[in-house]
Structure formats: structure tokens, C-alpha cells
Design a protein around this ligand. Structure first.
Ligand code: NDP
Length: 230
């Protein structure tokens, strides 16, 4: 299986959870540094040739990718009137177009095997919206369109595609938020706290398991109740 963005945060927790159950795991990131036991590859999702090269290496060492966890993502926040074309396209290129490249390449092998699991890491923000995150929210909402279209395109070949929508999770991505802002977010979360990366990994592992064989096109919140009603 392949977990993108497996060097840190949620992706690393997902990779560790799969490794703990004895799976063969490849992780990718730009900087490298995945968990011990994983095939650790450098691959910038904004570079189509790098994505192709990563798949070629994984297929050579592990065989075709049966489970794809498209987790890597970035933020580049600012209010709409200040948002530059580069900030818009940079986030869309990594989060949405990068995911397009991954699912396209991974589905080749899955179609041949007539099985596969695709899990896309979205965010509560995709459905809730967030000031200062027009680019990020649009990219994460786009993943739902990908997952539901793929469910219709690939579902008959036993390939499921689902979306996980975390709320706030304790990772580098949220560590940079000012403490007052973190406290304001916590006040809106019914469970009153951020998630640990492991709490998101549990849902991803379940989606890849036999127990979830009939779940596809779903958007599964792991958000402590923050997005209830959406
Ligand atoms: P981190 O910032 O901790 O980790 C991001 C990972 O993605 C790193 O491994 C990073 O490695 C990799 N990455 C970033 N850009 C690229 C790129 N262009 N090509 C390849 N790899 C890349 O993020 P989190 O663990 O917090 O988030 C993981 C996912 O979960 C993201 O999609 C995020 O949007 C989503 N999410 C996070 C939430 C949170 O509260 N933390 C809430 C909801 C969703 P490197 O920099 O070396 O490339």
C-alpha cells in the first residue's frame, strides 16, 4: 500500500498502523523520513514524472498498489482579497491535482487486479468552510467529487473510494496556529479537544479492511462532532 505524506502527522500514523498489522507499506513525501519498516520514497506530487517514478519503484519492490491513502496536503491561508493566484494554484496543485495524479496511476493496477481501496484525506473544512481557506476548502471539497465519481467509475471492479474528513488534529499543520486561535477552535468542538493522528489512522485502517468492503463514496467525519449536520 501507499501512504502519501507518510513522513509526519496523520500520514505517518496511518503508515505505522498498517505496518503494525504486518502490511507492506510505501510512504512518500518531498523531504523523506518515513517510519521504520516502510519503503520511504521522495516524491513531490506536483511533479507528474516523480509520481510515475514512485509507482514504478513501489511496483518493482512491493507489487501493484492495492491500497492508496492520498493524504499529503498543504495549507496556504489568507483572506480572499489578499489571496494571490500562486496561493490558489499552489494549494489546488498539491491537494487536488496531486490526488488526481495518484488515483489515476493507482487505479491502473487496481483495475487489473479487480480490487483496490482508495482513501482520500479531506477535511471538515470541505463542508463547513473556513475564513482564510478558500483555496484549501475548495481543494478538499474537490476530493469528495473525485471519490464519488470514482465510486461510480470503478465500483463494479471491487474498488472502493472513500473520503476521511478530520477536524483539527495535533500535527505540524496545526501546531503553528496561535494559542488563542487553538482555544477558540477547541471551544467549538463538542469533544473539546483536537484529535491525535492515531485517531484518524484508525478510520483509514478500517476503510482498507475487509469489514469496509461495502463502503464507498462515503465522507467519514473524524472531527469530534465539529461538522455535525453537514
Ligand atoms: P503535515 O503538515 O504534518 O504533513 C503533511 C505531509 O504531506 C508531510 O509528509 C509532507 O512531507 C507531505 N507533503 C506536503 N506537500 C507535499 C507534496 N507536494 N508532495 C509530496 N508530499 C507532500 O500534515 P497533517 O498530517 O496535519 O495533514 C495530513 C493531511 O490531513 C493533509 O491533507 C491535511 O490537509 C489533512 N488534514 C489535516 C488536519 C489537521 O488538523 N492537521 C485536519 C483535516 C485534514 P514534505 O513536506 O516532506 O513533502
Amino acid at each position: 500500500m501507499l501512504v502519501t505524506g507518510g513522513s509526519r502527522g496523520i500520514g505517518r500514523a496511518v503508515a505505522e498502523a498498517f505496518l503494525a498489522q504486518g502490511d507492506q507499506v510505501a510512504v512518500t513525501s518531498r523531504g523523506g523520513g518515513g517510519p521504520e519498516g516502510a519503503l520511504d520514497l521522495r516524491c513531490d506530487l506536483t511533479d507528474p514524472a516523480a509520481v510515475e517514478a514512485a509507482f514504478a519503484e513501489i511496483e518493482e519492490k512491493h507489487g501493484p498498489v492495492e491500497v492508496l491513502v492520498a493524504n499529503a496536503g498543504i495549507t496556504d491561508d489568507t483572506l480572499l482579497l489578499r489571496m494571490s493566484e500562486e496561493q490558489w494554484s499552489g494549494v489546488l496543485e498539491t491537494n487536488l491535482t496531486g490526488t488526481f495524479r495518484l488515483v489515476k496511476r493507482a487505479s491502473k493496477g487496481m483495475l487489473r487486479m479487480r480490487r483496490g481501496r482508495i482513501v482520500l484525506m479531506s477535511s471538515v473544512v470541505a463542508l463547513l468552510g473556513s475564513p482564510g481557506q478558500v483555496n484549501y476548502a475548495a481543494s478538499k471539497a474537490g476530493l469528495i467529487g473525485i471519490a464519488r465519481s470514482l465510486t461510480r467509475e470503478l465500483g463494479s471492479r471491487s474498488i472502493t473510494t472513500n473520503v476521511v474528513a478530520p477536524g483539527y488534529v495535533e500535527t505540524d499543520m496545526t501546531a503553528g496556529l496561535p494559542e488563542e486561535q487553538q482555544a477558540a477552535y477547541r471551544a467549538q468542538i463538542p469533544l473539546g479537544r483536537f484529535a491525535s493522528p492515531d485517531e484518524v489512522a484508525g478510520t483509514v485502517v478500517w476503510l482498507a479492511s475487509d469489514a469496509a468492503a461495502y463502503v464507498s463514496g462515503a465522507v467519514i467525519p473524524v472531527d469530534g462532532g465539529l461538522g455535525m449536520g453537514h
